[in-house]
Ligand binder design. Structure first.
Ligand code: SF4
Ligand code: SF4
Length: 323
């Protein structure tokens, strides 16, 4: 099903939603990121380029209190399930949500993630061409995953419905959407200039000497995993006051396979002691291990880990140059 909405009516639609519920969309600021957008900020929504930061932390929070405890009693937090529209997610970021859904909602159900995700609507914004020189989503076989997808056609947007939730939204704002009888083909959806990764099968390349080009520049700083919309590793720890360790909270924080402590276990053994092992582990998790478990690449080709790396390590280029 495809609809059309006039360009100047898109803001009416978004303002209408922001008035009653929560709207999350990209705002430019110093570095573009997804933020809660008030009705009067709808005109400032930034769609020129993809955001520097992904929308990940709205579902998988950077810091989350799992429970509080006092005198041997545990209190779980009351989880909120706000009705939220996410507008402006690109194909890469929509697939990133899909991949995190697999991790947090399929076999093991994570109540914190599920509460944040359950009542959300994913509204995509199609890239006709790669918005950054670091993008490479084109090689990764990404799926159509959205409630509504918006295709910018200058004076109007074509809007493709991807789910019942999307249908429900169109119905709610039906005076703004015109039903039109067309289909958008796979060929039309192809994103120009996003095919920069030449091979995503790196199974036989683990011992290739070219990895050293990245390893030698890597600072193990974890900027890459923090900026990645698909990385989902976390650590749990307890926070208490030294004056009373019977009272406190258990907190979940984002963590990273790039830091030494990540694989430290009891007895002080560290499984990935060498920087080389940590560097390769991230790339292999993104392009191999996740696929072995879930059938798809974890990486969605957004290029944020390359753009945000302080030494600009481009693992795509490293893979492309491997003979
Ligand atoms: S951002 Fe770059 S330097 Fe930092 S850990 Fe990742 S690859 Fe290494
Ligand atoms: S590994 Fe890099 S390119 Fe792939 S999804 Fe994560 S940030 Fe994007």
């Amino acid at each position: 099903m495809v609809y059309r909405i006039k360009r100047d009516e898109l803001n009416i639609f978004l303002e209408g939603f922001a008035r009653k519920n929560q709207l999350v969309a990209p705002l430019k600021g110093k570095l573009a990121k997804f933020e809660l957008v008030k009705e009067e900020q709808v005109k400032d929504i930034y769609l020129e380029k993809n955001t520097y930061f992904p929308a990940k932390e709205f579902f998988f929070k950077k810091n989350e209190t799992v429970f509080t405890f006092k005198d041997n009693k545990i209190q779980e937090p009351k989880l909120e399930t706000p009705k939220r529209i996410f507008f402006g997610l690109r194909r890469c970021d929509l697939n990133a949500v899909k991949h995190q859904d697999k991790v947090f909602m399929e076999q093991i159900k994570d109540p914190y993630y599920m509460a944040a995700r359950e009542n959300s609507y994913l509204l995509g914004f199609h890239c006709w061409e790669a918005p950054s020189k670091y993008c490479f989503c084109g090689t990764l076989n990404l799926a159509d995953y959205y409630d509504l997808m918006f295709y910018d056609k200058k004076d109007y947007f074509l809007v493709e419905v991807g789910s019942d939730k999307g249908k429900e939204l169109i119905k709610e704002f039906k005076t703004l959407f015109e039903d039109i009888d067309i289909t958008i083909t796979k060929e039309e959806k192809k994103i120009k200039g996003a095919d920069r990764l030449l091979k995503d099968d790196i199974k036989g390349l683990y011992d290739h000497p070219d990895w050293q080009k990245g390893v030698n520049q890597c600072l193990s700083c974890a900027a890459c995993t923090n900026l990645c919309p698909t990385c989902y590793c976390f650590e749990l720890h307890d926070e208490t006051k030294t004056s009373n360790i019977q009272e406190g909270k258990r907190v979940r924080n984002w963590s990273s396979c790039q830091v030494l402590d990540f694989s430290r276990v009891a007895g002080e053994h560290v499984f990935r002691q060498k920087r080389e092992e940590r560097f390769k582990h991230r790339i292999y998790h993104q392009l191999e291990y996740f696929k072995e478990r879930y059938g798809v690449n974890m990486c969605v080709g957004c290029g944020r880990c390359i753009q945000g790396c302080p030494t600009r390590i481009d693992f795509v280029q490293i893979i492309n140059e491997m003979k």
